[in-house]
Ligand binder design. Structure first.
Ligand code: ATP
Ligand code: MG
Length: 426
């Protein structure tokens, strides 16, 4: 992409409404814009990051044998009455009447819809196990939308649902998703801490949340050197009293540490709760009709963006991990009026594109300072500067955003030596 043809509206000033670094930087780097409380548009760079996160998730889910579906966001409330959750969801679920007076909801999650679907599809143990997932917009009328897309009223989730013959099968499906989640967050360079979690309105038995320790996290985790880690909510429920910093670890008795964190994923062993309520049964090998044994697995796709930024930024801006950067290489001709160096930059840009590198060419006729500031603010993993000076040495200057490390490469071989520089970062 050529910068002059792109829509990248970076902002010099910190927006006053943004309380946390990620929200500030998402606005300043031109990733998102607010429509109303808890509702955001993604601008081209924001959408590029979302699509890269989705690609990471898709690849890992498909590799784990899950199959992608797309379920309706528009759902009859009656289905939620049948599962028994219509009440429990309260005001968080957006409800309205259609023109015929029928009560409808905008899906806050999809256990009911998927269970209703498989009730008519999965009839024999021969079709099991199966894992179906989707990447879709969820609607939740959050009491306190905040921090930009960390907690919004409309957000993108990856939700997966496994169906097994028995609990031993569910244990395997759950373990496979646990490991898939670790792989997904590793590629996004998120330092997740899987913790024992409360099952809340979802129900079921075991549950883990994938937490990223961060100063402005709205969740809290307790952890101990012995390996015990739980959401504070869960620790309190188990102990039957408040559990703060210094409380004894339920596993070893040593004092617990308490940390704020952001929840990026949540997995549950649901068992037969939904399948029983909605009549999703299958014919087992022994001839008996049994309820499907279910698990569900969510990732906050859009929440990954601000969470990565919370853990990957400095005073100058974002430091994107290569796998999810909007562009991997930013080529910056410092002075587009200087034809020889601008030509060299354009040739390098073409060569990198031909090599499959996601490059952007900053062809703006702007001050060098503006271009370099934007490069740091947006946080492309690699910045390549070409100027009259570097050209005179037949070189380009390469800066790795994450480390600040700069080096010079021969211009003639830059197109060949840059792609390998990018891949170890991915
Ligand atoms: P939270 O405790 O943060 O409200 P939740 O327990 O309601 O989350 P789940 O129903 O487990 O969330 O949803 C799966 C994932 O979706 C969460 O782990 C989180 O990453 C993401 N998520 C949930 N609510 C929001 C929201 N309002 N905005 C953005 N992402 C969200
Ligand atoms: Mg949760």
């Amino acid at each position: 992409m050529r910068w002059t043809q792109a829509h990248i509206p970076t902002l010099r000033e910190d927006p006053v409404e943004a309380e946390v670094a990620s929200h500030r930087l998402m606005l300043r780097a031109g990733l998102i814009r607010k429509l109303s409380s808890g509702v955001y548009s993604y601008l081209p760079l924001g959408q590029r990051v979302l699509l890269k996160v989705i690609a990471v998730i898709r690849e890992a889910m498909n590799a784990a044998g899950a199959q992608e579906v797309l379920l309706p966001a528009l759902q009859p409330e009656e289905l939620w009455k049948r599962s028994g959750r219509a009440e429990a969801m309260g005001q968080e679920m957006i409800r309205f009447k259609d023109r015929h007076g029928k009560l409808m909801v905008l899906g806050p999650t999809h256990e009911e819809v998927i269970t209703n679907l498989v009730a008519g599809e999965l009839r024999s143990y021969r079709q099991l196990p199966i894992n179906l997932y989707q990447i879709q917009t969820k609607f939740r009328d959050e009491p306190r939308p905040r921090f930009g897309v960390i907690r919004s009223s409309e957000f993108l989730m990856k939700d997966a649902y496994s169906f097994d013959r028995d609990t031993a099968g569910l244990d395997r499906s759950y373990q496979a998703m646990y490991e898939t989640y670790e792989a997904i967050f590793r590629r996004c360079d998120l330092p997740v801490l899987p913790v024992l979690a409360d099952t809340g309105v979802m129900g079921g038995s075991d549950s883990h949340e994938f937490m990223v320790p961060a100063a402005h996290g709205e969740d809290e985790v307790v952890r101990c050197a012995c390996g015990y880690a739980a959401s504070r909510e869960r620790a309190v429920k188990t102990a039957g009293r408040d559990v703060g910093a210094g409380a004894p670890c339920p596993q070893c008795g040593k004092p617990l540490a308490l940390e704020p964190a952001i929840e990026v994923g949540h997995i549950f062993k649901l068992g037969a709760k939904y399948t029983q309520a909605l009549g999703a049964t299958f014919l087992d090998e022994d001839g008996a009709q049994k309820p499907l044994i279910m698990g569900c697995y969510g990732i906050g796709v859009s929440r990954i963006l601000p969470t990565v930024i919370e853990t990957h930024h400095d005073d100058a801006g974002i430091q994107w991990p290569a796998a999810i950067a909007p562009y991997t290489v930013d080529i910056v001709p410092l002075n587009v009026q200087h034809t020889p160096s601008f030509d060299a930059a354009q040739s390098l840009y073409q060569a990198l594109r031909a090599a499959g590198v996601d490059a952007i060419l900053d062809d703006r006729d702007d001050r060098a300072g503006v271009k370099l500031k934007d490069a740091d603010l947006i946080g492309f993993p690699i910045r390549v500067v070409i100027s009259e000076k570097t050209l005179a040495q037949s070189q380009v200057e390469v800066k790795i955003r994450a480390t600040g490390q700069t080096s010079f490469l021969p211009l003639a071989s830059a197109a060949a030596s840059l792609p390998p520089l990018v891949s170890p970062l991915a």
